[in-house]
Design a protein around this ligand. Structure first.
Ligand SMILES: [Zn+2]
Length: 189
């Protein structure tokens, strides 16, 4: 039995390598850009915003790869990094510096469909690293993040409150969702 097992161990490894190679080269892995931008959608901004500054915002993502997974975006609709103004870059950088909860973290930013960008609105992913999740599992979750389960409305509300409190604890001003909704109405007038 042991002899047979020794001989067949190669097949699951080959299967993983071949399917991994196939899927990572398949067109369906690349998200086609929608004409509708979710980061300009008021219901998304209203429910996922943690902090909104003059030119940039911090959002909770609807498919967190790890707990504390945040997005930093410009308020203006800009598709890729090279379209940002210096003022937007300065404010986004300041938010990235403040929004990492003082832990070790990965900063991820993609430009274009081939690069794996799914939403056509510049966004930095801030991904805190925890010792509990190995680097292999963490990388796999980033690669296949689009297949993760999206948070429900209720879960998102809790997640936004939790992250807001965490940011507040790290010296970042808390952004009240209610006041943000009021802010949106004010801007619409
Ligand atoms: Zn947009």
């Amino acid at each position: 039995m042991a002899k047979i097992l020794k001989k067949i161990w190669i097949f699951p490894i080959l299967f993983i390598l071949v399917t991994g190679w196939y899927f990572s080269n398949s067109d369906w892995l690349y998200t086609k850009w929608d004409s509708r931008c979710v980061f300009c959608d008021e219901s998304v901004i209203g429910s996922q915003t943690i902090y909104r500054g003059e030119k940039a915002s911090i959002l909770a993502t609807h498919k967190p790869v790890v707990k504390g997974h945040l997005l930093v975006i410009p308020n203006r609709h800009v598709e890729t990094f090279d379209g940002l103004t210096t003022e937007e870059l300065i404010e986004m950088s300041a938010l990235v510096k403040k929004a990492h909860f003082g832990k070790e973290y990965v900063l991820l930013q993609k430009n274009g469909i081939l690069a794996g960008q799914s939403v056509p609105h510049v966004h930095f992913h801030l991904l805190p690293r925890e010792k509990e999740m190995g680097l292999f599992g963490f990388t796999l979750r980033i690669l296949y993040g689009k297949f993760l389960k999206a948070l429900s409305k209720e879960e998102m509300k809790e997640y936004v409150n939790e992250l807001s409190a965490m940011l507040e604890g790290s010296g970042h001003p808390r952004y009240e969702i209610g006041s943000h909704e009021e802010g949106l109405k004010e801007r619409a007038l």
